[in-house]
Each structure stands twice: as C-alpha cells, then as structure tokens.
Design a protein around this ligand. Structure first.
Ligand code: EPZ
Length: 437
C-alpha cells in the first residue's frame, strides 16, 4: 500500500507555488455542462477530484482536451442525458461535488440524475437546502435508491427568491449554476461568501451569464438564454496555501507561499500571528517565518470570512506544539475531530467534548504510523510528521491526493524529509505478542 514516510525535525525553507483552488474547480467543471462551446480552464489543480469530474464529463459526451499540466479545454456541446451510465455512477459516488451535476443538467436540459454524493465523512451532510433551492426554481426533486432525480415541472426553470436556512457553500453553488439559464431573475439570500463562490460567479459571467453580488450574502442572477465558450483562470487555493502556512508554523523556518491572493488568507494569517508566527504580505505571496516558540490561542471555525473549517485539523496540529492550553470550537461540522485519534498516537494531549477540542501543548510530538481519515485530517498528520521527532508513516494517502497537488514534491523542495513508498502493512509477525489480534 502506498504511504508517506516522513522523518520529522527539518525546518521548512524556500518557496512553494500554490495550485488552483480545488473547491472552485469542482464547481466550475460541472458548470461547464451549461456551456455550448469550448471552455478553456486555466490554473486547474492536478488532483484526483478534478480528474474524476473530467472523466464524468467525458463519459457524458464532452470533449476534454488537456493543453498542459494545468490547462484543459472542455466542450460540452454534445453532452447528452441518455449517456448517463454505471461508469459515471461509480465516479460520482466518490466525491461530494458530484451533486453540482444536478444543477448543471437541470439548467441545460431541464432534467437531471446523479447518485447521492460521496466526500469526507464529518457526520451528517444533508442536502435539504439544495433541494429547497432547486424546487423553488421549478424543479421536482426526488431522492430515492441512492439517486437524486430532478425535472423542471414545465420543462424549464424559472427565477425566484430563495432564502437559505443555513449558509451552505454547496447549496449556493448548485442554485447559482441552475439559475444561470432560468427564465427571469433569481435572488438568493443568506448565501455562502467563500472565494470559490466568487470564482464560480466570475466563470459563469465570462461565459455570458449575469450573476451579481457573489461574495456578499445576497446573489442576484438574471437568467440568460444560453452560455457561450470562453477562457477562465481559476483562483489559487486558499486552503492549500493555509496548509503550507501551518506546516511552517509547526516546523519552524521561513517559506514564501507564492501565487496566492493574500486577502483570502486574512483569517489564517491573523490567527498564526496570534501564535507568534511572522507573516509578511506581498501582492501575490505571503512570507511565513517562525523562529521563536509558538503561543497557544483559541480558534472558532465559521463560514468565510471567518476562520475556515477546512483549516481546523491543520491549525489543531500546530496548537499541539504551542505551549499552554488552546481551545478549538468547530462551528460548521458535527464531527470533524477524527484526526485527533491519530495525533494522540504521536503524543498529542487533546480532549474533545462535542464540537470543542481542548489542546494542551507538548514539547515534541513523536513519529508513529497514522492514517489520513479524510482530506484535511490527512494534511494534519503530514504536518504532525514534519514537526515530530522520528519517523511517521501516513496510510490512506488517497484522501490527501484528492485535494493536494504534488504535496510530496512541494514539501521535498522545502527541505522536508518525506517520500511516497509502496510497502506492505506492518507484518503481524513483527507485532509484539502483547498487541492483541
Ligand atoms: C463545502 O462542503 C466544501 N466542499 C467543504 O470542504 C467545506 O468544509 C464546506 O463547504 C464548508 O466550507 C466542497 O466545496 C467540495 P456546506 P459542503 O454545504 O458544500 C449544512 C474540503 O476539505 N448543510 O457549506 O458540503 C452542513 O451540514 C471540503 O475541501 C445543511 O444543513 O458544505 C454543514 O453543517 C470538506 N443542508 C453546513 O451546512 C444543506 O443542504 C455547511 O455545509 C447543505 C449544508
């Protein structure tokens, strides 16, 4: 089984280039179904989630042309609903973003079908707000047999006013996509404001849509007849950048995080400064330096522009190395602390009570064999391995490779002692008799 083997203790130094935003890419690729013509997408991250979605569109009849490592030309003119197949369902069950196919197919064809989405398991991940929004636009939406089926009652969607009961990135995105070609005006209130929401709006507008207000809590969409082809470059990944910022904070050193939008990192930079990490901002980079001891602090995750929940495991790991007691309150997901069991194997002192984690800093974490429980939990244990004494083996790395392009290569270039190896599980013969089973 492939795993990362990390020998910790090296301070990170050098420059790391951030790739395109995963959560923008997994919204924009399905949205391309709405476009009759060629969408040239630039700064796409090379990660398994984008690969999965490009394969889905190809199975649906889209032409997918790889121009270079981060540029793809998609032409969905010939996409057809009757090309939906088991090959597609095997892929859509893997990822959360597959539910954006529903909004895109509804907007293009007035009908849609996809499997219930997969994605990281943080407890309940309902889709009631997606259903509320698509129903308000005039679709009948049914969930049965593991599938979501939708059809516009009169063959076409109609603009309307929608108030989301909960700030939801996914529901905001799904409704935006479907409403882009609905008849009339759609106003969505209490929407998510993440950078990838703005990126999707900019993509849709560059293809001829009329979406205003993205980045605020009200989005207004004036439906257009159809979308035309064009070129769009995705924004850099806020969470990938934050992950490398957290890694430097944990190991010490000095790293230039290049190709970022510093404004998107404000909440992360501000929290790291509280922990005695120096952050210097340039036009399209941040310089992160940590020489002295880390200070403890408290973190509450919130929808953007609050501290991102997708940075919670990573900052939790850094706080394990900060002197004193830190408290994390997870404000978005019911159960996003699975990584803590793995950190405890490395000597972390953490207690969890519901959505709150109490972290008592320790002098040093110690290397161990741990697993990536999900995408960001995987990033957390990699950071822990980089900072720990000794060797850490990270298993189930497929979760990490869903959202981090070339993480091993990027970390090696910063001086980390990390490699990806294919080695069997620890043979039971090597397990001391006192380990049961
Ligand atoms: C997106 O998930 C991201 N995934 C997640 O990032 C991220 O954690 C999350 O937004 C919050 O920022 C992608 O973009 C592919 P939500 P999503 O709908 O859309 C509740 C990563 O690490 N809710 O904003 O599924 C929900 O239970 C991944 O990159 C409803 O109640 O999240 C949660 O408590 C992990 N009903 C809250 O809203 C709904 O219909 C936020 O969920 C939808 C959501």
């Amino acid at each position: 089984m492939e795993k990362y083997v990390i020998r910790g203790g090296n301070p990170l130094r050098g420059t790391v280039d951030i790739s395109g935003a995963k959560n923008a890419a997994v919204a924009i690729i399905p949205a391309a179904i709405m476009v009759r013509g060629v969408c040239r997408l630039e700064n796409l991250p090379q990660i398994s989630d984008t690969d999965t979605l490009l394969r889905v569109l190809s199975y649906m009849g889209a032409s997918v042309r790889t121009i270079n490592r981060s540029t793809v030309e998609l032409d969905c003119t010939n996409v057809k609903l009757d090309s939906l197949s088991e090959d597609i369902w095997a892929l859509t069950r893997r990822i959360r973003a597959s539910y954006y196919l529903i909004g895109a197919m509804l907007g293009r064809f007035g009908a849609a079908c996809s499997t219930m989405p997969g994605g990281c398991n943080f407890g309940l991940r309902p889709i009631d707000q997606h259903i509320k929004g698509l129903t308000a636009l005039g679709a009948d939406v049914r969930v049965e047999g593991g599938f979501i089926r939708a059809a516009a009652r009169d063959g076409h969607l109609h603009g309307t006013k929608i108030y989301l009961d909960k700030v939801s990135v996914g529901a905001t995105i799904n409704i935006m996509i479907a409403a882009a070609t609905a008849e009339g005006v759609t106003v969505i209130e209490n929407v998510a404001r993440e950078p990838h929401i703005v990126d999707l709006a900019n993509f849709l507008n560059s293809m001829g849509a009329d979406v205003r207000g993205a980045g605020t809590d009200v989005i207004k969409i004036r439906g257009v007849k159809e979308l035309h082809g064009g070129t769009y470059a995705l924004i850099p990944d806020q969470i990938e950048a934050g992950t490398y910022m957290a890694a430097v904070a944990a190991t010490g050193g000095a790293v230039k995080i290049a190709n970022v939008i510093p404004k998107h990192l404000d909440c992360i930079s501000s929290k790291l400064r509280e922990m005695n990490v120096e952050i210097e901002e340039g036009d399209d980079y941040v310089l992160v330096r940590r020489e002295g001891d880390l200070r403890h602090t408290n973190v509450k995750t919130m929808p953007y522009p609050g501290f991102p929940t997708d940075m919670q495991p990573q900052i939790g790991t850094v706080l394990c190395c900060a002197s004193g007691l830190s408290v994390i309150t997870e404000g978005v997901w019911d159960n996003r602390y699975k990584y803590i069991e793995e950190l405890r194997k490395m000597g972390a002192q953490i207690q969890v009570d519901g959505r709150t984690a109490f972290i008592q800093g320790v002098d040093r974490l110690t290397g161990a064999t741990v697993r990536a429980c999900d995408l960001r939990a995987g990033a957390a244990v990699v950071i822990a391995g980089l900072a720990a004494d000794g060797v850490t083996r990270v298993e189930d790395i497929q979760y990490i490779e869903r959202g981090y392009q070339n993480i091993v290569g990027k970390l090696q270039a910063l001086g980390a002692d990390i490699k990806c190896v294919d080695e069997p599980d620890e043979p039971s013969a090597l397990r001391p008799a006192w380990i049961a089973g």
